[in-house]
Design a protein around this ligand. Structure first.
Ligand code: BDR
Ligand code: CA
Length: 313
């Protein structure tokens, strides 16, 4: 069965890969793409989403811009990982896809309210839009099918020793989202760091020999250089497509139930996802947390999606 999703993103190289995976995977259908400030300011994440849609031929999915800043804190971006100008590594022309005039928060509320039990929200950036949507219309918590997010970790962060980027940028929004009482799956760094693009992945994507595949190789090579200079990693992890993989093929990502709270006041730990697997003292789980990734299955899914977008049989 096809799962309808709203992909809330901040492209970003790995967000771009998630858009492509969502578009090319038959188990998933895009109800909307919404953008948020995160890896870059909002104008750039929105432009980048439109660029990727144009590249992949995504013309019938509404793209809506959302919140330009976190709920409380100033925006913290990730140029060290994703570059200054946006999706470097590919020569982008003017996008032919245009955004809709509605705000992302309204798009999320309207789509979820009009399709009870159907929509899966897939946030792969800071959780500002999702928190605003559930504050604006709390009934979406009962109407969504599920929230499947890329963010957090239970063994240390990437921005700080404790905090993962998406939660670090807007921890107050993350606290609202984890506390909203809806079915929620968290795919943190323990899963997504495993989704590393090694030379065999580059070879398989290059072999598709299509404009989309060439753009992916260009973007991933740039992202690889950034990861190498920022953190010394030669096979760059493509975090965000893991959330799409979980929706399309849940069996690829084993999960465990846990109670997750967001650290808001830590001296060294603000933005940490405090993940409690213990089931002690009557604490109830509020999330399902990814603990592993079937790596060959993940890359087969990703390359299959690129093959389908590329029209390669
Ligand atoms: C997350 O941070 C961003 O830089 C990526 O796009 C991903 O969503 C990984 O921590
Ligand atoms: Ca992202």
């Amino acid at each position: 069965m096809t799962r309808r999703i709203i992909l809330d993103c901040d492209p970003g190289h790995d967000d771009a890969m998630a858009i492509l995976l969502a578009h090319g995977t038959p188990e998933v259908s895009l109800a909307a793409i919404t953008t948020v400030a995160g890896n870059h300011p909002l104008a750039l994440t929105t432009l980048n989403a439109l660029r990727v849609c144009t590249l992949a031929g995504i013309h019938d999915v509404p793209v809506a811009a959302g919140c330009a800043a976190p709920l409380v804190r100033p925006l913290f971006t990730a140029e060290d990982i994703h570059g200054k100008g946006g999706l470097e590594g590919h020569e982008w022309g003017e996008p032919s896809v245009r955004p809709v005039p509605e705000h992302a928060v309204d798009v999320i509320v309207d789509i979820v309210m009009s399709a009870p039990g159907e929509i899966t929200l897939v946030p792969i950036g800071p959780l500002t839009n999702i928190a605003m949507a559930v504050r604006k219309e709390p009934r979406i918590a009962e109407r969504v099918r599920e929230v499947v997010l890329m963010g957090g970790s239970f063994t240390g962060g990437n921005v700080t020793p404790a905090a993962e980027f998406n939660v670090y940028v807007d921890p107050e929004a993350a606290a609202i989202v984890f506390g909203a009482g809806w079915p929620l799956t968290m795919l943190g760094l323990e899963v997504t760091r495993k989704a590393a693009a090694d030379e065999e992945v580059f070879r398989r994507v290059s072999a598709l020999d299509s404009p989309v595949a060439r753009a992916v190789v260009g973007m991933l090579r740039f992202y690889q250089r950034q990861q190498m200079s920022a953190v010394g990693v030669s096979a760059p992890p493509v975090h965000d497509p893991c959330a799409i993989a979980q929706v399309a093929r849940p069996e690829l990502i084993p999960c465990r139930e846990a109670h997750v709270e967001i650290e808001l006041d830590g001296r060294l730990t603000t933005g940490m996802t405090v993940v409690d697997f213990r089931r002690r003292g009557g604490v109830q789980p509020n999330a399902t947390v990814g603990v592993d990734l079937d790596l060959p299955g993940f890359w087969d899914l990703f390359i299959g999606a690129l093959r389908s977008i590329s029209g390669v049989v």
